[in-house]
Design a protein around this ligand. Sequence first.
Ligand code: E4P
Length: 217
Amino acid sequence: MKFFIDTADLGEIREANDLGILDGVTTNPSLMAKVGVKGEEAILQHYKDICAIVDGDVSAEVISTDYEGILREGRELAALHENIVVKVPMIAEGVKAIKTFTEEGIKTNCTLIFNAGQAIMAAKAGATYVSPFIGRVDDTSWDGLDLIEQLVTIFDNYGFGTEILAASIRHTMHLVQCAEMGADVATCPLSVIKGLLKHPLTDIGLAKFLEDAKKSR
Ligand code: E4P
């Protein structure tokens, strides 16, 4: 299972990368705005800065919603660095653009996936990744994890090469259950990645070992 961090914060990306377990990064326009990156040049530079930290796929999202605009933006983003993955919204124009990017050898991440039909369309167009947003599905009183299970079955049935990138992960159990179900990738906030390290019995056990070690030193 690959771990991506879902942030545009360079400090957080460095911290996760320093753990040695980071495989990539996902960003979106909201995350870019959150860290105060403003203006086209600054945004492009920010993606380059992220690529300089992490040796793995970095999703950079287009904001155009028409086929030509998505292609123009996506090609510019892909030219920034070989690890850039063009993040494209799940709309008809987006699916058409994913098909073209696939033919051009540009990696894509189809974002804002909320049901299996959307994921099948993106996979048929050749998307490198599909991003089902499980936390946001949970917010609508459906179980987002059911969607992950469904996608794993469908993609296995047909041997789709598209990877399932579980997104909108809110807590460690989301991640653990995605792992049980066989999601290829999970993208999560730093707090969730660090949360995986925690258990009170580890802290209690370590304190006791360190205390006892003093007796034989
Ligand atoms: C995925 O790539 C998105 O950036 C992200 O996971 C959305 O998560 P949110 O629902 O916490 O905003």
